[in-house]
Design a protein around this ligand. Structure first.
Ligand code: ADP
Ligand code: MG
Length: 685
């Protein structure tokens, strides 16, 4: 198949270009075809901006202008050439450094240029940095029509990309089998595969571009939905669901014995869950609640309900620390009433583990708490009726499926998360999942006081750390990176740790925690922090996941501008868990007024959902909701937020189409015909 050939099979692609392509994740001829131009990156030459229309916001823009004059300059470090261009509306200065200066010298006054670059405000005229120019004729634009702009790397040029993509398109015209079932194409009036590929790269007109996009988006989402159905076991879900009875005496006792009254939000969530559990149809519910909203107790009630009905329940957490915390809590809530709770982790001794697994299989354990260790083959339940995962996007679809397959019946599934997920993503990632939302927090919690400081205040911040420590409290210091980086000017966890230990906190037990440590090392450090043996924990975002150390009252975040608001909110949720006033200090570099403005939102709001929406506005969906976090392939062309309707259509289509085994076999041939392997992985072929 030509599309599996390496890019080096194309004439003109040598090792150097191949390496640059590889940096864009393009390895094969097929990958080139799937390297779609970004949606906003097509330029219609009838709609070129004039200089007056260019927006001075630093964004990349394209315009046409005539060379007016060239000047050489020196900024104390580097030589440069300024090319001033003009059109009937004004002037702009284009800056060329280094090797580009020689190219610039060939732009004689009077030459017409097609220019892309970042447009900023200069003192007199507009400034263009990172320029790419092309000399054009006056009648060039009519001939061009709509052209794509590709993201490039290394030595690649737009010209290279379009030549190679055209080569691949030619191959596709000769031979490329259809990759969607005929029924689907007809039902949604999609254009054929080859036309779609041609028009996504070199659209004949805007209408065909949108048709091409429609087809490719549909195909991508359809395959994804099919893959999800496959995972959800709907392919051949012959197992029956289990029915739990209405709440009985055990639940009454457990509820009465809780150290607090359930909030209204918790009661509502519990009602949703308990009704689901009483239904024979398996529950597929996600419980979304902000950090500290009190999800654990709701899961405890669900587990009690499973036990009350003579079944078993399990809860899986992403880290050993969290699993241990849940275990302690569940023991406290449930054991007084005869519910047998056990903990299974990776680090258990063989003998202990064997005994536990035996008890589990004999039904002597009602509630099993654990980490990924729960997924292991030899973990077998007697009668599992409820699977809970407590996660912050840490588990993939595959892992969840593994757990639910540990029962002869289809168990009820509850997913708990502190990350707000838009409805569309829930549909994409979880299929037809029901959602319970817990807004707000239990009463009596003092809100964390959030402070935004720039670098100049560092000494004062450290003084603040010392004050908290003197008062017997503990603190977190969070950094974006583990080690110093050549590329990013960011304070790393290692350097901050060294500075603290050597200079500011000499006699105070500190520890450094990051993802590269072994699990046992991490757990050891966390256990010491929980026990109060370690006073200051310098770490990367590994502590993001719901650790509960009520005595920690201060969190300092280094280079806070590098984090999303929702993520900072999650981090902040690690403090403010006790009765003392807690603080979160967001540190940013000296010159960061923009970042400061963004971070103020955190100072003013404690609502994770609001902050997630803000994040979405500010950073776009891609960053926040990568499918890969869910163990799924990332999307190349579909946009989870924008293409909501298509997601629903694709889901319905997948459900109605894939009723029996032969449908699945046919589907697999379409998966085979994909240009790359990303869908194969979810279909296990
Ligand atoms: P999360 O939703 O982040 O997992 P937790 O379940 O860990 O939150 O709960 C956070 C804290 O709130 C715990 O210390 C818990 O005991 C407490 N809590 C939960 N529900 C209530 C309530 N209804 N009233 C008072 N405190 C509560
Ligand atoms: Mg939690």
């Amino acid at each position: 198949m030509w599309w599996k050939e390496p890019v080096t099979s194309i004439r003109g692609v040598g090792n150097k270009k191949a390496a640059d392509l590889a940096a864009l994740n393009i390895h094969t001829v097929g990958d080139l075809l799937e390297y779609y131009p970004r949606q906003e990156a097509y330029t219609d030459f009838s709609r070129l901006k004039t200089i007056a229309e260019l927006v001075t916001d630093g964004s990349k823009q394209l315009f046409k202008a005539t060379v007016y004059q060239l000047r050489e300059g020196f900024n104390g470090v580097r030589r440069f050439i300024t090319v001033t261009v003009r059109d009937e509306t004004g002037y702009a200065d284009i800056f060329f450094f280094m090797g580009q200066r020689f190219v610039a010298k060939s732009y004689k006054p009077g030459t017409t240029l097609l220019i892309t670059g970042r447009i900023k405000k200069g003192r007199i005229s507009k400034m263009v940095s990172e320029p790419h120019c092309q000399i054009i004729d006056a009648d060039y634009e009519q001939a061009l029509g709509i052209i794509p702009t590709y993201n490039l790397s290394g030595s690649l040029l737009q010209k290279n990309m379009s030549t190679w993509v055209k080569y691949a398109l030619k191959k596709a015209e000769e031979e490329l089998p259809e990759s969607l079932p005929e029924r689907v194409i007809r039902k949604y009036s999609l254009i054929d595969r080859v036309s779609a590929l041609k028009n996504i790269h070199f659209p004949e007109n805007w209408k065909l571009l949108s048709e091409a996009r429609k087809r490719l988006v549909f195909e991508e989402l359809f395959l994804l939905q099919c893959g999800l159905l496959y995972y959800r076991g709907q392919r051949q879900e012959e197992r029956q669901g289990l029915k739990h009875g209405v709440d009985g005496e055990l639940l009454q006792q457990v509820t009465k014995n809780l150290p607090f009254k359930l909030t209204a939000a918790q009661q509502q969530a519990w009602l949703d869950i308990s009704l689901d559990m009483q239904d024979v149809k398996p529950m597929h519910r996600i419980l979304q609640g902000d950090v500290g909203s009190g999800k654990t107790v709701v899961s405890a009630l669900a587990l009690a309900k499973a036990a009350e009905n003579g079944y078993q329940g399990c809860i899986m957490a992403p880290t050993e620390i969290l699993a241990t915390q849940h275990y302690e809590t569940l023991k406290e809530y449930l054991e007084p009433f005869g519910v047998r709770v056990a903990l299974l982790t990776g680090g258990m001794r063989v003998k202990e583990r064997r005994k536990l697994l035996m008890d589990l299989e004999l039904g002597l354990i009602d509630v099993l708490v654990g980490t990924h260790a729960l997924l292991q083959e030899d973990v077998r339940f007697a009668k599992l009726s409820l699977v809970i995962t407590d996660e912050q996007h840490r588990f993939g679809v595959e892992q969840r499926a593994k757990l639910t397959n540990k029962s002869d019946y289809a168990p009820d599934v509850l997913i708990m998360t502190a990350t707000p997920i838009p409805r569309t993503l829930a549909l994409t990632v979880y299929g037809d999942l029901d959602i319970s939302l817990m807004k707000g927090k239990p009463p009596g919690r003092k809100p964390v006081q959030t402070l935004c400081y720039t670098e100049e205040k560092r000494k004062d911040v450290y003084a603040g750390v010392l004050r908290q420590l003197k008062a017997g409290r503990q603190a977190y210091v969070v950094c974006p990176l583990i080690e110093n980086s050549d590329i990013l000017d960011v304070r790393s966890a290692e350097s901050v740790y060294t500075e603290l230990v050597q200079k500011f906190l000499q006699d105070i037990p500190c520890a450094l925690l990051h993802g590269r440590l072994k699990a046992t090392e991490k757990d050891g450090i966390m256990a010491d922090f929980v026990a109060g043996k370690i006073k200051v924990l310098v770490s990367t975002t590994v502590i993001e996941v719901g650790v509960n150390v009520p005595n920690a009252t201060l969190m300092v975040v280094e280079n806070a501008e590098r984090f999303g608001l929702a993520q900072l909110h999650q981090l902040r949720g690690r403090v403010g868990r006790g009765s003392e006033q807690s603080y979160c200090v967001l540190l940013t570099p000296a010159d960061s007024s923009e970042a400061m403005a963004r971070l103020q939102v955190l100072r003013d709001s404690d609502d994770g959902f609001y902050l997630a929406e803000k994040d979405l506005e500010l950073r776009g969906a891609g960053q926040l909701f990568g499918l890969r976090q869910h163990g799924l392939p990332d999307l190349r062309i579909a946009d989870i937020l924008r293409d909501t309707d298509v997601i629903v259509q694709a889901r319905n289509m997948a459900q109605s189409l894939l009723k029996n085994e032969s449908d699945w076999q046919e589907m697999l041939t379409f998966v085979e015909r994909q240009l790359d392997d990303r869908f194969r992985m979810i279909f296990n072929v």
